[in-house]
Ligand binder design. Structure first.
Ligand SMILES: [Zn+2]
Ligand SMILES: [Zn+2]
Length: 151
């Protein structure tokens, strides 16, 4: 945790930003709840527990700054809510998501899996791929199990 904060601090410094206490509180919430794909409001409520004086606008601005610097990615799973997701350390591409249409859980795939597709896009469309977003919508293994049992 501390060394990841240190690294994010350096990323901010490299772009002439400071890790202010409010920004740090926001980053800590993102690190603590890394798997949770939280919305700005969720993050705000958790940051408020650490820094009661913080306002929603400050949290929004911090999240926008972190997305600009590619420290977090803004994602939308089709429910109209923007969620914030920390980029994995040293990851060249954004990880993929498996979203369960029944229980709403989100699982992550960190492996790229798309090297062949990227190569094809670059060859056929002469498009230089820098990143991608991939979300699979389906039914998770727990829900599949539950459905099997109730049948
Ligand atoms: Zn994720
Ligand atoms: Zn499920």
């Amino acid at each position: 945790m501390e060394h990841r904060i240190e690294r994010i601090k350096k990323q901010l410094h490299a772009e002439s930003y400071k890790l202010t206490p409010q920004r740090e509180a926001t980053v800590r919430v993102l690190l603590e709840r890394e798997e949770d794909h939280l919305s700005a409001e969720d993050i705000y409520l958790l940051v408020k527990e650490k820094a009661p004086e913080i306002g929603l606008a400050t949290v929004y601005r911090t999240l926008e700054l972190l997305s600009e610097l590619k420290i977090v990615d803004k994602i939308n799973f089709g429910d109209g809510v923007s969620r914030y997701d920390l980029r994995k350390e040293g990851a060249a591409h954004f990880h993929h998501h498996l979203v369960c249409m029944e229980c709403g859980t989100v699982e992550e795939i960190v492996e790229d899996l798309l090297e062949d597709v990227e190569k094809k896009v670059e060859d056929q469309w002469q498009f230089q791929v820098k990143d991608h977003r991939l979300t699979f919508h389906g039914i998770c293994r727990h829900c599949q199990q539950k459905n099997k049992e109730s049948n």
